[in-house]
Design a protein around this ligand. Structure first.
Ligand SMILES: [Zn+2]
Length: 123
């Protein structure tokens, strides 16, 4: 006997894990961006739940930090949001900010490398 609710949670969790991996990649892109200085935009990787997507999203460090300030928020290209596990909370021309809910939100928040601490990039 399988519990349908548990199955949905497991799938949400897997989708969230994928986004968490890309967030880790983007954290190291940000570290490089800080090292090389400047407040121009940098190419981060779309954090959508697709394992096939390696699309670039241009964000300034300021925009990136704004998104990262919430452990359950990710950025994706317009149209890449998965409405089954997340809601769009900000829609910009080049990207959307999504927020996880349910099991996916818990996974995302627990895996947050920041624990809410902002990274300072101002000189
Ligand atoms: Zn994507």
């Amino acid at each position: 006997m399988t519990d349908p609710a548990a199955q949905i949670d497991a799938r949400d969790e897997r989708l969230a894990q994928n986004e968490v991996i890309f967030r880790t990649v983007n954290e190291s892109i940000e570290q490089q961006a800080i090292k090389f200085g400047g407040l121009d935009s940098y190419e981060f990787i779309c954090e959508c739940s697709s394992t096939e997507c390696f699309s670039r999203v241009g964000l300034t460090l300021e925009e990136y930090e704004h998104i990262r300030s919430e452990g359950v928020r990710f950025f994706v290209l317009p149209g890449h949001a998965n409405i089954e596990v997340e809601v769009v909370v900000e829609a910009k021309d080049d990207y959307c900010v999504v927020e996880k809910d349910g099991a996916a939100g818990i996974v995302a928040d627990l895996a947050d490398p920041r624990d809410g601490d902002p990274v300072s990039f101002q000189p």
